[in-house]
Ligand binder design. Structure first.
Ligand SMILES: Cc1cc2nc3c(=O)[nH]c(=O)nc-3n(C[C@H](O)[C@H](O)[C@H](O)COP(=O)(O)OP(=O)(O)OC[C@H]3O[C@@H](n4cnc5c(N)ncnc54)[C@H](O)[C@@H]3O)c2cc1C
Length: 488
């Protein structure tokens, strides 16, 4: 093999690249991150993430400090032009199966700072800013990347075992692997206005409000500290040109705040789109985050989806870097695609409801509650087909982060898979945690109606069994992951 510069090159240091770098660094990989900007993007974009994502933040050891910069989100209400409640999506302050509160509000630059700060702990990770990647090519058993230093114009070449394009919506890497985008059908321009309250006592809703209207759909977000956001659909060409002008903006904002109440931090126009790349990889080159899919922000799941992508990729890349086969990585797109598509479809249904061209049945989790209200609970899409057996109904579901004595399940994971079983089981291939050690584990095994489950490092169930002879179960599952015979 040609002499390589590192195990992994990550193109782009947004939240997706930052989480991937932290996860793979924990697997002890050598990582080079190439980022074209010379500093962090300091303006807010994502403002929400959920309990599953907090598990990833805990895995990469940033949750403790970052938590201080978040608030717990109370939920979302969809109301009509007469203020009637159409749909309620409460996020009660109760610890979920993921071991955290259901939903948090945050400021994206705070997260990106935490991710970068944490990376400085790892000697085998380097960040190269001002580095604009313009060529990515698969070679026989490595990838060649060329980039230009935007300050000096110097062109450099690097070689690595794998490359992941986390380079956002206009991804160069996506173009380099000739991957087209599939349009799922939502496209609309929206103005986004971020403000800082001058006065804490301004009376504003304590949660997200989706104002459904055929004329002027809008969203209000209660963000961290003094931050608040309004997003407004722009329905005509005139709107696009003129809405952000002082006079027009205040015609809209004055329904909630007076000029003296706020400082406008930024105002801008985005095109909200629903797109998925048709091909998420070629050879040893992969796409993740906005490079692979784009969603309107009505569910606050765009960045979360990117973090799920890299959580799926990181442990697989780590195993493939240890000189085992590459087949494991073939499961990446098929596992992630259905999961992200369900989030995007639900978001598009919310977009239709907001525009008053759809109804409240935005997902299968919408029900009539006892008081006659339409209420939604969060969706929990499983992984699409990939590793594990198709007929195993537990495969691809998230394993709960329950308490086992003084630690939660996640505290027992290091880099590898874990076998959770009723009886103790010794096998050098896999770590075992049993009901005999922790009685509380029996609830999870009961829930999944299983004698034993193998859980992946991204906390998804890989396989389950009702057989109490575990030898065959463990051997077959581990063979699928490590495929000992096919080293390259
Ligand atoms: C208004 C709005 C609200 C949102 N709200 C939410 C929310 O509440 N929750 C949520 O989960 N998501 C939300 N999102 C989506 C979220 O912001 C994005 O999904 C997320 O930022 C994508 O992260 P990323 O790392 O994939 O891409 P990016 O953040 O775009 O990062 C890509 C990086 O790659 C770099 N790059 C690009 N090309 C190259 C190159 N050729 N060479 C080197 N570097 C390169 C860029 O400079 C950039 O730093 C929202 C988005 C918007 C617009």
């Amino acid at each position: 093999m040609s002499v390589l510069d590192c195990d992994l090159i990550i193109v782009g240091l947004g939240p997706t690249g930052g989480v991937l770098a932290n996860l793979t660094a924990k697997h002890d990989l050598s990582v080079i991150i190439l980022e074209k900007e010379n500093k962090l993007y300091n303006l807010p974009r994502a403002v929400h993430f959920d309990d599953e994502i907090m598990r990833v933040f805990e895995t990469i050891d940033i949750s403790r400090n970052f938590l201080k910069k978040t608030i717990i989100n109370k939920g979302t209400r969809f109301i009509d032009e007469k203020n009637n409640l159409l749909l309620d999506w409460p996020r009660p302050k109760i610890i979920t199966e993921n071991g955290w509160y259901p939903s948090y509000r945050f400021h994206q630059p705070d997260l990106e700072r935490s991710l970068r700060k944490n990376l400085s702990k790892f000697k085998k990770v380097s960040i190269s800013q001002n580095s604009d990647v313009f060529s990515v090519k698969n070679k026989s058993n490595f990838v060649e990347v060329k980039y230009k230093n935007l300050k000096t114009n110097k062109v450099s070449l690097l070689k690595s075992k794998f490359v992941v394009g986390c380079d956002g919506a206009n991804s160069f890497v996506r173009k380099a692997i000739n991957s087209d985008l599939e349009d799922l059908g939502f496209q609309q321009k929206w103005a986004v206005i971020d403000v800082l309250l001058n006065n804490k006592n301004v009376l504003l809703p304590d949660r997200t409000i989706q104002y459904c209207s055929s004329e002027r759909p809008a969203t209000y977000c209660r963000n961290v500290g003094r931050r608040r956001r309004w997003e407004i659909a722009l329905k005509s060409e005139g709107d696009e040109k003129d809405f952000l002008k002082e006079k027009n903006l205040w015609k809209f904002l004055s329904r909630w705040v007076a000029k003296d109440d706020v400082q406008i931090e930024r105002k801008t126009v985005y095109t909200f789109q629903s797109l998925i790349a048709k091909k998420w990889s070629k050879g040893r080159i992969f796409l993740a985050g906005d490079a692979a899919h784009l969603s309107p922000p009505f569910m606050g799941q765009g960045m979360c989806a990117g973090i799920r992508d890299v959580s799926n990729l990181a442990w697989k890349i780590a195993i493939c870097c240890q000189n085992f086969h590459n087949n494991l990585l073939k499961s990446y797109q098929s596992e992630r695609y259905n999961n992200v598509k369900e989030y995007i479809n639900t978001t598009m249904n919310m977009g239709k409801l907001l525009n008053e061209i759809g109804d409240t049945n935005v997902s299968k989790t919408v029900k009539n509650s006892n008081d006659g209200k339409r209420t939604m609970t969060s969706i929990k899409p499983s992984l699409g087909p990939g590793l594990g057996k198709k007929n195993d109904t537990n495969r691809g579901k998230v394993f709960p982060n329950m308490r086992l004595n003084n630690k939660r399940v996640d505290g027992y994971f290091d880099k590898n898979l874990i076998l959770f079983s009723k009886n103790n089981y010794k096998n050098k291939l896999i770590k075992n945690i049993s009901v005999q050690q922790f009685e509380t584990l029996s609830c999870a095994l009961k829930k999944f109606n299983s004698e034993a489950l193998i859980v992946r490092p991204d906390r998804y169930i890989l396989s389950s069994t009702n057989d109490n002879n575990l030898d065959d179960f463990v051997d077959k599952t581990m063979l699928e992951v490590y495929d000992y015979n096919k080293r390259y």
